[in-house]
Design a protein around this ligand. Structure first.
Ligand SMILES: [Zn+2]
Ligand SMILES: [Zn+2]
Length: 260
């Protein structure tokens, strides 16, 4: 199966860098080199001031062979995300695609930052997972997202709950299904301490049973990471039996078969 789309990328990386052709073109060049033909730019909402729709339009003009989607990764960051949500509402019609994410837990804890293993070790991991999936359901039901990113990011450092969480996963997937959202398969988990696809095969199979569609993504914070480990992802999808991925244009979802 040939994967052709990467729907999670951060041209601005980890700081505000206003969109320009100099910033964006290397991403499209990298996509072309890797045989990717459909790319979503999804910077963190805290850097929404750097997103420039005119620059995206120019980028499209210069790269007609690649579909370039205007997107954002909407977070639950307590400081910036209220502004991010407003920005998404105001720019909804110019955006193709909005990812929904949870990076902040109780106590404004940015749990996925490097070094947060120590805080995981201090906390009750079952409670951390409960808190995480409550926030996931909130974002999923917000009406402001098209797709959920890295659905089990909470496993990033390998801390696992002590009980079976199938009931929580099921409730979460039901919320996602009712909101008619897609879910990404993210290779980013393979470069994190947990070394596991986001989400786990257990969650993927439960999502398939509910008819939830998938996107493919790398969560690249540098163009060198675009499409990272997509061969491995393709093999995994083959093994699980996923035969199509979806793409988005102005929030309209379309399934595409990945045969051949
Ligand atoms: Zn994220
Ligand atoms: Zn991201």
């Amino acid at each position: 199966m040939r994967l052709f789309s990467d729907y999670h990328s951060h041209p601005q990386g980890h700081r505000l860098q206003p969109y320009s052709q100099a910033l964006l073109q290397p991403w499209i060049t990298a996509a072309r080199e890797r045989g990717l033909t459909d790319i979503a730019l999804t910077d963190h909402d805290r850097y929404h001031r750097g997103v420039n729709f005119e620059e995206i339009a120019r980028l499209r003009e210069g790269n007609a062979d690649i579909k370039i989607r205007a997107g954002i990764e909407l977070d639950n960051d307590p400081v910036h995300s209220p502004k991010g949500r407003r920005w998404v509402e105001e720019n909804w019609d110019r955006l193709d695609f909005v990812l929904g994410s949870v990076h902040c837990l109780r106590g404004d804890w940015a749990f996925d930052h490097a070094g947060e293993e120590a805080e995981f070790a201090r906390r009750n991991v079952d409670e951390v997972y409960i808190d995480y999936y409550e926030r996931i359901r909130e974002i999923a039901a917000s009406g402001l997202v098209d797709c959920m990113s890295h659905l089990d990011l909470v496993k990033i450092f390998g801390f696992r709950p002590t009980r079976d969480f199938a009931d929580v996963f099921d409730a979460t997937l039901t919320t996602i299904q009712k909101a008619n959202l897609a879910m990404e398969l993210s290779t980013a988990g393979w470069r994190k301490p947990v070394n596991d696809l986001y989400p786990s095969e257990e969650i993927i199979r439960a999502a398939m049973a509910k008819g939830i569609p998938f996107t493919t993504s790398s969560d690249a914070h540098s163009h060198f990471q675009l499409g990272e480990n997509f061969n491995r992802l393709s093999e995994k999808m083959d093994a699980i039996g996923i035969r199509e991925v979806c793409i988005f244009e102005n929030h309209k979802r379309q399934p595409i078969g990945c045969n051949g």
